[in-house]
Design a protein around this ligand. Structure first.
Ligand SMILES: NC(=O)c1ccc[n+]([C@@H]2O[C@H](COP(=O)([O-])OP(=O)(O)OC[C@H]3O[C@@H](n4cnc5c(N)ncnc54)[C@H](OP(=O)(O)O)[C@@H]3O)[C@@H](O)[C@H]2O)c1
Length: 268
């Protein structure tokens, strides 16, 4: 048995479970919880995943919620239904998120607004609503999916990087607030991972960023390292040694050097 196999949760709620990293969390937790709540907009994906998980572990209770997390009324409805059904997650994985690779001046407001709603507001709303039950129980865990981008002010990815800076900062502070309540809080800060993230974030005519290819980490490694980090009560996990190296480099470099590096990212 590997180290991360040792954690068992009663009820796990995963946002953004219809693909990518969220779906991978569901797969890796299939034997590590009694109940799994899957949240996203694409119902067909959630139905297929729920069926796969039930086939794999017939003892697992899987519940799906089709929710657009950009809307506060849809989030409120989800939270009400969880309460009415007596669902009480002891692991909340705030994974749903989106990006937009564009200059602020060229971006569409609706997409920018959606990004801020999903990446920051929904994550904070679910956390705010579910923490009291964890405190009452005297245990729990919150895993917020942030990004390596949270460490940098990134031109042409400015709002996304800023939303993830929020996630990392919020997670660090919340961790300290909840320590005495035996609730662990962790920020997962991946570098590039092959999922549908790029197809949502990139304009159709965009080219792969130079050098990015060398930093890709497989989503199965991202998730297994995240679950191990959570079990070890880490504050942050940067999956993959190259990503860890970059994170360490960023924390050591003076701001002037980072500004110079970032200025080279701006296209003509
Ligand atoms: N891939 C990377 O390179 C990378 C790197 C660092 C951090 N991350 C972070 O990792 C997390 C997962 O991303 P991913 O790479 O797995 O991307 P992905 O394949 O595009 O998955 C994103 C997930 O978020 C859900 N989602 C997006 N908007 C939503 C909304 N309005 N309401 C409900 N659910 C919504 C999507 O579900 P529906 O479309 O079905 O709603 C999907 O399940 C994100 O927070 C992302 O910022 C990704």
């Amino acid at each position: 048995m590997s180290e991360c196999d040792e954690s068992f949760y009663d009820s796990v709620l995963i946002t953004g479970a219809s693909g990518g990293i969220g779906e991978e969390f569901a797969r890796q937790l299939v034997f590590r919880c009694r109940q799994m709540i899957l949240v996203a907009r694409r119902e067909d994906r959630l139905i297929d995943l729920a069926a796969e998980l039930r086939r794999e572990n017939p003892g697992l209770e899987v519940v799906i919620f089709v929710v657009d997390l950009t809307f506060s009324d849809e989030r409120e409805k989800l939270l009400r239904e969880l309460l009415n059904d007596g669902v009480n997650p002891d692991l909340l994985i705030n994974n749903a998120g989106m990006g937009d690779y564009r200059r602020v001046a060229d971006s569409e407001w609706d997409k920018t607004d959606d990004m801020m709603q999903v990446n920051m507001t929904a994550l904070t709303h679910l956390t705010h609503s579910l923490v009291p039950q964890m405190r009452e129980r005297g245990s729990g865990a919150i895993l917020n999916v942030s990004s390596l981008a949270s460490l940098l002010a990134m031109p042409e990815f400015a709002v996304y990087a800023a939303t993830k800076a929020y996630v990392t900062s919020f997670s660090e502070a919340l961790r300290l607030e909840l320590k005495a309540d035996n609730i662990s809080v962790m920020a997962l800060c991946p570098g590039p991972v092959r999922t549908e993230f790029g197809s949502v974030a990139m304009p159709a005519d965009a080219k792969e960023l130079p050098g990015r290819d060398a930093f890709y980490v497989d989503k199965s490694d991202v998730v297994s390292q995240a679950l191990t980090g959570l079990r070890r009560q880490k504050a942050r996990v940067y999956p993959g040694w190259k990503v860890r190296l970059v994170a360490a480099g960023i924390s050591l470099l003076p701001l002037a050097a980072i500004r110079l590096l970032m200025s080279r990212r701006v296209s003509d």
